[in-house]
Write a protein that binds this ligand. Structure first.
Ligand SMILES: [Mg+2]
Length: 179
């Protein structure tokens, strides 16, 4: 069994610009590539799980979404890090799908495909829905709050760890794993 970091995209890896449909608008957040590298060193697979209801709302197309994701991958590659997967929910909230976070369908599917031990996995994101996803999966949860966009400001569910950005989150996780 392997372990994985389930990562939010907007507000965690890249700047949250809200329904981003232009690859030129992709900007890595400070510490993102370094944080992912450290997670990799700690033995985690790296899988992005992201809600992209802008597709369901008609604010961007699936090909816009793919172009934005590709751009993020390019920028991460320059930082020396590759992801193991990107899972997107493209439904609107009112469609009641099982994959929109905090719905667990995407992460559970990844867990089946990648032979993950969910108890060893971590969810890292900037919103309550990310923390709730971690709770529901039985993973460690880490809330990042970069102060650069993102975040819903209403953290009614406490995360296991809190950090200012992905690098700090990864260091906090390392400190917990390696006493
Ligand atoms: Mg987010």
């Amino acid at each position: 069994m392997r372990k994985c970091a389930f990562l939010d995209r907007d507000g965690t890896i890249i700047v949250d610009r809200g329904y981003l449909n232009d690859p030129d608008g992709v900007e890595l957040l400070p510490g993102a590539a370094e944080g992912l590298l450290l997670l990799r060193e700690l033995g985690f697979l790296l899988v992005v799980v992201t809600n992209q209801s802008g597709v369901g709302r008609g604010r961007l197309t699936r090909s816009d979404l793919a172009a934005v994701n590709r751009r993020m991958l390019e920028l991460l590659e320059r930082g020396g890090v590759a992801l193991d997967g990107i899972c997107c929910c493209v439904h609107r909230e009112d469609q009641g799908c099982p994959c929109r976070k905090p719905g667990t369908a995407l992460a559970r599917e990844a867990a089946r495909r990648l032979w993950l031990d969910l108890a060893e996995c971590v969810v890292i994101g900037d919103k309550t829905s990310d923390v709730m996803l971690g709770r529901r999966l039985g993973c460690t949860s880490i809330l990042v709050n970069t102060g650069i966009g993102g975040g819903d400001g209403s953290f009614e569910v406490r995360a296991d760890l809190e950090a200012a950005d992905l690098l700090e989150a990864s260091r906090a996780l390392r400190d917990r794993l390696l006493p």
